[in-house]
Design a protein around this ligand. Structure first.
Ligand code: NDP
Length: 305
């Protein structure tokens, strides 16, 4: 069997186009422009890249983007004061504080100071609780993107056996809650799981969110299963040669061994080009959802859990 490739890049472009359509409608019919505020503390190079690309895509779908870049030594009080200002700004419908924060800042305190209705990352403890109890919430972007791809591919997920490898608060746990919400029978595996290969072999849906390059080999995958690879790992790629400074070139791989898994799976997401592009698309979808809720308007169809 050769797996169908689930093209996250193409699907993310479709989601962004859907968001852009809805934003245009909101502007025309209601005179409202959704706004997303992104707060970056410090100069972590990876975070700077993420923030830049989030800002660019926010503007591309017709939303307002507000970027707040703060010094690395910004005090907690100053950061909390900015969040309070954004919480009270009616032009701001979504607030995202780019993680990780510098060590002197209490991440939980900062995230939990965001108005839950504007918490487009879905990390606020209230949103975690709402998702856990099956109520309307803001859903973390990466698992939401995975769910959308699964729904697009399968239609209904009801009754399917799903295994989520990884139990982090940002991916594994919310992913498991979402699959449960769609009536899958869900197993959450982690570093202490006994006989992981056997657990994975039983699954119709495998979501790998571990952070270990290619740790899931094809032989673990049940014939015809759907594999969603969340992992993003950079490994040496000596076959690509060396950089100008003599260092070995690198490439990105997922948590699943793509070549062997794609001979057994029914469908699989590649890395790069799978889950990654869906994460920003879902951030925009969440901002639109937050804006619709704030204005008592119907929620955008197909863009929420
Ligand atoms: P964490 O490090 O927070 O969690 C990793 C999880 O994997 C833990 O629950 C851990 O178990 C489990 N684990 C570690 N080793 C094993 C093992 N040998 N067998 C089974 N489980 C194991 O990672 P994140 O959830 O934040 O991220 C996971 C991956 O997803 C990373 O590669 C990250 O870069 C990527 N990612 C990609 C995103 C995207 O947009 N595509 C967004 C977010 C993350 P335990 O709890 O027992 O330690």
């Amino acid at each position: 069997m050769v797996a169908q490739v689930i093209d996250g890049k193409a699907f993310a472009a479709k989601v962004r186009a859907q968001v852009a359509d809805q934003v245009a409608k909101l502007k025309e019919e209601n005179g409202i422009t959704p706004g997303l505020a992104v707060v970056l503390v410090g100069e972590d190079p990876a975070s700077q890249v993420y923030v830049r690309s989030k800002g660019k895509m926010t503007v591309e779908v017709g939303m307002n983007s507000y970027e707040h870049k703060l010094d690395v030594d910004t005090s907690e009080a100053d950061l909390l004061a900015l969040i309070d200002k954004l919480n009270n700004d009616p032009a701001v419908h979504g607030i995202l504080v780019q993680l990780p924060l510098p060590k002197h800042l209490d991440e939980d305190l900062v995230i939990n100071s965001i108005d839950p209705a504007k918490d487009v990352d879905g990390f606020h403890i209230s949103n975690v609780g709402l998702l856990g109890t099956g109520q309307k919430s803001m859903v973390p972007c990466t698992p939401l993107g995975c769910l959308m791809m699964l729904r697009e591919h399968h239609g209904s997920l009801s009754g399917m056996d799903a295994v989520v490898i990884g139990r982090s608060n940002i991916v594994g746990k919310p992913m498991a809650q979402l699959l449960l919400g769609d009536s899958c029978t869900v197993t959450i595996a982690h570093s202490r799981t006994k006989d992981l290969p056997d657990v994975v072999r039983r699954a119709d849906i495998v979501v790998a969110a571990v952070g270990r390059p290619e740790m899931v080999p094809g032989e673990w995958i049940k014939e015809g299963a759907t594999v969603i690879d969340v992992g993003i790992n950079r490994i040496d790629a000596p076959e690509k040669g060396t950089n100008e400074d003599g260092s070995v070139k690198t490439r990105l791989v997922g948590d699943v061994h793509y070549a062997s898994a794609s001979t057994r799976a029914g469908a699989i997401t590649p890395v790069p080009g799978g889950v990654g592009p869906m994460t920003i698309a879902c951030l925009l979808a969440n901002t639109l959802t937050a804006c619709s809720r704030a204005n008592d308007l119907p929620e955008p169809e197909g863009l929420t859990a």
